[in-house]
Ligand binder design. Structure first.
Ligand code: SF4
Length: 436
C-alpha cells in the first residue's frame, strides 16, 4: 500500500484542508502515516502569516527528503501561493499547489510518479471566483469537526498577507454545507466549528444566503449538539444577529472576536473597520443576551508606530473587557503588505516586553473568567485522555473551558455533565455527574 504523510502549519482552515486531502488520498488507496515516518509522499500544507511559518515549511521539506530521498514532495497552501519561485527552488520539491485546486492533489502526485518533472500548479488566486468544494466526514470516531464554509478575505488589514494568499471572498453553497453537517452527524461528530478565512464575510458574494442561514440549517441536524463560530467580526454582531442566535440552543456561548488593538489610532493604521468604543458596545450587547458568554480574542503588539501610550490604551481596554482567552501576537512585517513599509517599526525588545505584559494579563483574565464557574455544573464534550494528568480525560464546555475529569475511555465522544471543582492553570478539574 502506498503511503502519504502530512505536515500542517497554521490555522484551522489549513487543518480542514489537510483532512480533506487526506480523505482523497485514502479513497485512492493510500495509507496515511505519521509525518516523522518514511513515506512515499509528503504533503506540506504551509502557512505564511509570519516569517516563522515560511521557515518551518522549508525545514520540513528538507527533513522529509532526508527521511526518504525517493519521496514525492508536494508543497501546498499560503506560502506556496505567495512565494512559488522560492518554494520551487528548494531542493527536493516536486509539486507546488497554492490555495486552489487541492482537489487535484492525488492526480498531480500520480502524474509526477510517471514522468518525474516538477509541477507548478499555482494559479493567480485573484482570478478565482468560486469556492473550491472539498469535503470531510468519512473519518469516524471524532468529536469536534472544523467545517470550512468560506474562503478568502477582502478586508486588507495593512499588516496581513492573507488576502494575497487566499484571494477574494468565496462562500460555500448552503446545501453543500448542510450535506457535510449531515455526514459529520452520521459519523458521530457532536460539535461543528464553522471556519473560514473571514467567516464574517459569509454570504456577501451569494444571493439571499447569510451566516445566520448556515447556523439555522446546521441547528436542525439531529446528532449535532453544538455549533461553534470560530470567529466573528464586531461588524457582524448586530442586535438582530445576536437576538436570533441567542434563541438557538446549540450555538455555543463562545465567540472569538478579533480585537488586534484597543487603541483607535492603531486600529485606523491597521485598517480595521471598527473603533474600540464600537467593539465594547458589541461585547456589552452580546453579554446582555448571553451572560456566561466566553469571549476570546487576538491582540497584536508592536504594530508600526505603536507608542507606549497606544499600547497602554490597548492594555487597559483588554483589562476592561475581561476576555476568557487572548492570543497575543508580535507584529512581524510581511513583504507586500502596506505596514511592512511604514516608518517607525517597533524594536523587538519593546515588542517582547509588551507581549510579556499582555500574556500575564491574558493568564489573569482566563483565571478570573474560570473562577466564576467553580461549583457549577456544565456539560463537557470529552475528546481524549489527558497527556499531563494520569487517569484523567479532557474535553471542552460549550463556553470553551478545558476540563479534566477522572474517567475511563467510554467517556470519549460523549457529552457529560460535570461539576467544576477547582482551577487547574487556565483549565479546570471537575467530577462526572450524569449524561448531558
Ligand atoms: S480580516 Fe484582516 S487579519 Fe483577517 S484575514 Fe482579512 S486581512 Fe487578514
Amino acid at each position: 500500500m502506498k503511503t502519504v504523510a502530512f505536515y500542517t502549519l497554521g490555522c484551522k482552515v489549513n487543518q480542514y484542508e489537510t483532512e480533506a486531502m487526506g480523505e482523497l488520498f485514502q479513497k485512492s488507496g493510500y495509507e496515511i502515516v505519521d509525518s516523522e515516518s518514511r513515506s512515499d509522499v509528503y504533503v506540506i500544507n504551509t502557512c505564511t502569516v509570519t516569517n516563522l511559518g515560511d521557515r518551518k515549511s522549508r525545514q520540513f521539506i528538507r527533513r522529509s527528503k532526508k527521511i526518504n530521498p525517493e519521496a514525492i514532495i508536494a508543497v501546498v497552501g499560503c506560502y506556496a501561493q505567495t512565494s512559488p519561485d522560492e518554494v520551487l527552488s528548494i531542493e527536493g520539491v516536486n509539486i507546488i499547489l497554492g490555495t486552489n485546486d487541492r482537489n487535484k492533489i492525488v492526480e498531480y502526485v500520480e502524474n509526477i510518479q510517471a514522468d518525474h518533472e516538477k509541477i507548478n500548479a499555482v494559479e493567480d488566486i485573484m482570478q478565482i471566483k468560486e469556492f473550491e468544494e472539498m469535503t470531510i466526514g468519512e473519518i469516524k470516531g471524532k468529536t469536534r469537526a472544523f467545517l470550512k464554509i468560506q474562503e478568502g478575505c477582502n478586508q486588507y488589514c495593512t499588516y496581513c498577507i492573507i488576502p494575497y494568499a487566499r484571494g477574494p471572498i468565496r462562500s460555500r453553497k448552503l446545501e453543500d454545507i448542510i450535506k457535510e453537517v449531515e455526514r459529520l452527524a452520521e459519523n458521530q461528530f457532536k460539535e461543528v466549528v464553522l471556519t473560514g478565512i473571514h467567516v464574517a464575510s459569509y454570504g456577501k458574494d451569494l444571493k439571499d444566503t447569510s451566516l445566520l442561514d448556515v447556523i439555522r440549517g446546521a441547528h436542525k441536524i439531529d446528532g449535532i449538539e453544538r455549533i461553534r463560530l470560530s470567529s466573528i467580526e464586531p461588524t457582524v454582531a448586530t442586535e438582530d444577529f445576536i437576538q436570533e442566535i441567542s434563541k438557538l440552543k446549540k450555538v455555543c456561548p463562545h465567540f472569538h472576536l478579533s480585537l488586534q488593538s484597543g487603541c483607535n489610532e492603531t486600529l485606523k493604521r491597521m485598517n480595521r473597520k471598527y473603533t474600540a468604543e464600537e467593539y465594547k458596545e458589541i461585547v456589552e450587547r452580546l453579554r446582555r443576551y448571553m451572560p456566561d458568554l466566553s469571549i476570546t480574542t487576538d491582540v497584536m503588539v508592536g504594530f508600526p508606530g505603536e507608542t507606549d501610550e497606544e499600547f497602554d490604551s490597548t492594555y487597559n481596554f483588554v483589562k476592561e473587557i475581561g476576555f476568557s482567552q487572548i492570543h497575543v501576537f508580535k507584529y512581524s512585517p510581511r513583504k507586500g503588505t502596506p505596514a511592512a513599509k511604514y516608518k517607525n517599526q517597533v524594536p523587538s525588545e519593546i515588542k517582547n516586553k509588551r507581549s510579556e505584559k499582555l500574556l500575564q494579563l491574558a493568564q489573569e483574565s482566563a483565571i478570573k473568567y474560570n473562577e466564576r464557574f467553580i461549583g457549577r455544573t456544565k456539560s463537557v464534550l470529552f475528546e481524549t485522555s489527558s497527556d499531563s494528568l494520569d487517569g484523567y480525560f479532557e474535553g471542552l464546555t460549550d463556553n470553551y473551558i478545558r476540563v479534566f475529569c477522572k474517567a475511563h475511555e467510554q467517556v470519549e465522544g460523549r457529552l457529560i455533565n460535570v461539576s467544576l471543582d477547582e482551577l487547574h492553570g487556565e483549565s479546570m478539574i471537575g467530577h462526572l455527574k450524569d449524561e448531558a
